[in-house]
Design a protein around this ligand. Structure first.
Ligand code: KG4
Ligand code: ZN
Length: 328
């Protein structure tokens, strides 16, 4: 079965065709990051307007005259204007082409990047979705059986990278900028907090880490930016790896799946390799599959297939398509 996936939840406009949830036939991503660099972050209205320009060319390019059996689209969570661009386009195409449409939850979909490179994670699996908007630990008992274990109580890990990067006058997105500068710095230089690391839950908190960086910058006349970048990166990677390990031990999982833009971070990946891969089978997607793309949307749709028929869309064009991820 070939599914055309569409992803427009944040600032990327992406389309991909994936066969049977595992074989990526095409994967096209258009990014408006250069625009957001000028403003130091995403202005939702600007992102959505750019997506309006890109959506049809990106879909056309991803199709390459291939036949598809169904369409899939991210319906949330995300920026509402951005989501609407994808959802309304795909509803129209489903109706026009008379194909079923599968609504997809963005967080659940991120984890399916782990099925796209010839590997087959075993259940039960622990999933860590670590991105600009989320830091969540979930237990996957099977496809479609997902339990939320914990998440950030304030900023997401990616948001912490992005905001502390701003404090250091680094460009958006902050994660890759901090990682690049950190390679020249000493991660032991600044003693930054490891928020909630020793608490007996699977929650995270990163706003205090951000405040600590701001306070240090205000207190000291000169901070060494590379050292600070390396210290921030190490603090985030250490907390996240520690809590992931504890969750994997508690739930005795067979696999640990990383996903989301921050999972592209090399130091985080190294820490996970050292700590997790000893006792659990660790799955880490290639960096380009960690950040937002539509291939994992198509894969998530295949493995959690719950389509809305085109007839239903035709009968009720105002239909709002929502995913019901049961995080019970
Ligand atoms: O998954 P994603 O592309 O979009 C969301 O769903 O949020 O994640 C974007 C986030 C941004 O906060 C960005 O700074 C972070 O991922 N990121 C990284 C790296 N590459 C992207 N953070 C740390 N190290 C990286 N190499
Ligand atoms: Zn994402």
């Amino acid at each position: 079965m070939r599914i055309l996936g569409i992803e427009t939840s944040c600032d990327e406009t992406a389309a991909a065709v994936v066969e049977n949830g595992t074989k990526v036939l095409t994967n096209v991503v258009a990014s408006s990051v250069s625009l957001h660099q000028k403003t130091g972050g995403i202005i939702p209205e600007v992102a959505a307007r750019e997506q309006l320009k890109y959506i049809l060319p990106v879909i056309e390019k991803s199709l390459e005259k291939q036949k598809i059996d169904a369409l899939a689209v991210t319906v949330g969570p995300g920026l509402i204007g951005s989501l609407l661009v994808g959802v309304e386009t795909v509803k129209t195409l489903a109706y026009l082409w008379q194909k079923p449409l599968i609504p997809v939850n963005h967080l659940q979909a991120h984890l399916y990047a782990n099925w796209l490179e010839g590997k087959k994670p075993q259940f039960p699996a622990l999933g860590l979705v670590i991105s600009g908007g989320h830091t969540d630990l979930v237990l996957l008992k099977d496809h479609g059986k997902i339990k939320w274990l914990g998440g950030t109580r304030d900023d997401a890990a990616g948001e912490c990278f992005d905001k502390t990067a701003r404090v250091l006058d680094l460009p958006y997105p902050g994660g890759p900028a901090i990682a690049k500068l950190a390679s020249k710095g000493n991660p032991q230089s600044y003693d930054l907090p490891r928020p909630m690391m020793n608490q007996e839950n699977f929650d995270f908190s990163f706003s205090g880490l951000k405040t600590a960086v701001i306070n240090l910058k205000m207190k000291k006349k000169r901070i060494k930016k590379a050292d600070m970048a390396a210290s921030i990166q190490l603090a985030i990677a250490t907390v996240v790896t520690e809590k992931t390990l504890r969750a994997a031990e508690k739930y005795r999982v067979k696999s640990v799946l990383l996903a989301g833009g921050v999972a592209a971070n090399q130091v985080l990946r190294q820490q996970m390799e050292i700590k997790i891969n000893k006792n659990f089978h660790l799955f880490v997607p290639s960096p380009q599959l960690c950040t937002d793309n539509a291939a994992y949307v198509a894969s998530g749709a295949y493995f959690n297939y719950q389509p809305v028929s085109w007839q239903k869309i035709a009968a009720d064009p105002g239909l709002s398509i929502e995913t019901d991820v049961d995080y019970s």
